[in-house]
Write a protein that binds this ligand. Sequence first.
Ligand code: DX5
Ligand code: ZN
Length: 217
Amino acid sequence: MNRLAPSILSADFSKLGEEVAEIEKAGAHVIHVDVMDGHFVPNISYGATVMKSLIGKTKMPFDVHLMIENPEKYIEDFVTENTEIITVHAEACVHLHRTIQLIHSFGVKAGVALNPATLPDVLDYVLEEIDLALVMSVNPGFGGQKFIPSALHKVKALQNQKELRNQELIIEIDGGITLDNIKMVTDAGAELVVAGSSVFGVEDRLCRVQQFLNIMK
Ligand code: DX5
Ligand code: ZN
């Protein structure tokens, strides 16, 4: 089943709980949590405290996207009763295999994200170890950027690998997703779709989530 993961990066943090409740009511499946450290990416967002403020306020699982250096130091902070997935960047991990094992040791799904210029081949020797591959369709760091079309080829390449190996693997796409391109990305094989500014950045979030869900089902 395809799932929509609105990113709270574009939410109004003075009413985060309300906005999250609204998109949950509209049928969104997952909350995407963008963590930025100002080193791996040129922007600082928020940490585990903000994410944890949503525990008990939503039943939606958390999909944690760590855009940080040395992610292994902070993984435990993001393990909560709502946490379904923790994703680290391949470019930020010297010992990627070990970090994947660390995430699994907390009983959480492990994901690996790839920047737009990173080859999908970096996953060849860990593909069987991971639960999710996140294809970045913008350069990580900011919401509201334009979709980079080459990400579609990467989604397709990963989808082929998944079929060849007959493996369970969630393919996620993140960045620049709109009502105009969501069909293309789900057709290419992405089943977890992140949308930030195109959900939290609009007036009628409830209606927008329903529009996305109608196209992607
Ligand atoms: C970008 C983040 C994205 C971002 C998506 O660095 O990883 O999750 O919030 O925002 P939009 O959908 O506005 O591109
Ligand atoms: Zn993200």
